[in-house]
Design a protein around this ligand. Structure first.
Ligand code: ADP
Ligand code: MG
Length: 292
C-alpha cells in the first residue's frame, strides 16, 4: 500500500464518518471474511424501553417496579436506564439503595427498604440458586417476541420479572444485506439469551448466533474463528466489547459507545450504525484494488 493512497482513503473515510486508525487496519479490513456484531446498541438502537412488569406469587406490581428501578439507579447499563425511565414514566418514586453490586453480563444486587434485592438474567438466578422454571412459559413467549427478560428477587425469593424491548435500527436490515452481498459471514454475539437473540437474528437474516456470551466469551469467539483461519472483524459499542475488539483482525467501535471501545478499535464509526461498516468495506476494497 502506498502511503499516498492510504492517506486519501483515510481522508475520504473521515468525510463518510469512518475514522481509520492506520494503514494496516484498512488493509486488513479488505481481507475480512467474517463479521461479528454485538446486538444491543449495534444492531438495535441500544435504547430499550420497559414493556412488561409481571409479579409472581402475589407480589404487588408497583412495589416490584419501584424496587427494581431503585436498584437499577446504580447501574449505567442501557437495560437499567430502561427500567428507571419506565418506572418514572409510570409515576413511581425511587428509593435509596445500599450495598450495590453489578455483575457484568448478569445483573445487579443491592439493598433497599430493608430487603435484599437482585435483578438479572438466568445465569444470575443460577448463581443465586433461584428456580425460574415456574415462570418458564411466560418468559419464553416474551423472548420469542425479541424482548429481554430480567428476574426480580426480593429476600432470596423470585417475586416477578420485567421485560424490555429494544428496536432494531432502521438502517440495520439493509446494511446486513449489503454486507452479505459483499461476501461476509455475519455472526451475532450477545450477552442476551438464546431465544431473544434468535428472534432478532432471524428477522435480520443473520447467519449464526452466539447467545449468553460474557465479555470474555466474545473475545474467545474471535480467537476461535481466527484459529480456524477466518479473518475477523468485530463491531461493538460497549466497554464489554473492548477485549474482543482488540483481539479481532479489525475492531470496529460504534461511535456512540464507550471511549474504551474506541481505543481498542482499528475503525471507529462516528455515526454508530452498520452503514458505516458498509462504507468502510467499500473504501477498503477500492483502496486495495488501486494499489495492487
Ligand atoms: P449485550 O452483549 O447484549 O450488550 P450485556 O453483556 O451487557 O449484553 O448483558 C448481558 C445480559 O446481562 C443482559 O441481557 C441482561 O440480562 C443482564 N444484565 C446486564 N446488566 C444488567 C443490569 N444492569 N440489570 C439487569 N440485567 C442486566
Ligand atoms: Mg452492547
Amino acid at each position: 500500500a502506498t502511503p499516498m493512497s492510504i492517506m486519501i482513503a483515510t481522508g475520504r473515510g473521515a468525510q463518510e464518518g469512518v475514522l481509520i486508525k492506520d494503514a494496516e487496519a484498512l488493509e486488513r479490513f479488505a481481507r475480512v471474511d467474517t463479521l461479528i456484531v454485538d446486538k444491543t446498541g449495534t444492531l438495535t438502537e441500544g435504547k430499550p424501553r420497559l414493556t412488561d412488569v409481571v409479579p409472581v406469587g402475589g407480589a404487588e406490581e408497583m412495589r416490584l417496579l419501584k424496587l427494581a428501578a431503585s436498584l437499577e439507579r446504580g447501574s449505567e447499563h442501557p437495560l437499567a436506564e430502561a427500567i428507571v425511565s419506565g418506572a418514572q414514566e409510570r409515576g413511581v418514586d425511587l428509593g435509596e439503595v445500599t450495598d450495590f453490586e453489578a455483575r457484568t453480563g448478569k445483573g445487579v444486587r443491592g439493598k433497599a427498604e430493608g430487603v435484599s434485592l437482585a435483578l438479572g438474567n438466568a445465569a444470575m438466578m443460577d448463581d443465586l440458586g433461584i428456580d425460574i422454571t415456574p415462570v418458564a412459559d411466560q418468559v419464553r413467549s416474551l423472548r420469542d417476541a425479541g424482548k429481554t427478560v430480567m428476574f426480580v428477587v426480593i429476600d432470596e425469593r423470585l417475586e416477578g420479572f420485567v421485560a424490555v424491548a429494544d428496536r432494531i435500527k432502521q438502517t440495520t436490515a439493509a446494511a446486513i444485506k449489503a454486507l452479505h452481498d459483499n461476501g461476509l459471514k455475519i455472526i451475532m454475539a450477545t450477552g442476551d439469551n438464546e431465544r431473544t437473540a434468535r428472534a432478532v437474528a432471524t428477522s435480520l437474516g443473520i447467519d449464526e448466533v452466539r447467545a449468553d456470551v460474557l465479555p470474555e466469551g466474545k473475545k474467545a469467539l474471535v480467537d476461535e474463528l481466527r484459529a480456524k483461519g477466518a479473518v475477523v472483524a468485530m463491531a461493538g459499542d460497549g466497554v464489554n466489547d473492548a477485549p474482543a475488539l482488540a483481539a479481532a483482525d479489525v475492531g470496529i467501535a460504534m461511535g456512540t459507545g464507550a471511549d474504551v471501545a474506541m481505543e481498542s478499535a482499528g475503525l471507529t464509526l462516528v455515526k454508530g450504525d452498520l452503514n458505516g461498516i458498509v462504507r468502510a468495506r467499500r473504501l477498503a476494497m477500492a483502496t486495495m484494488r488501486n494499489i495492487r
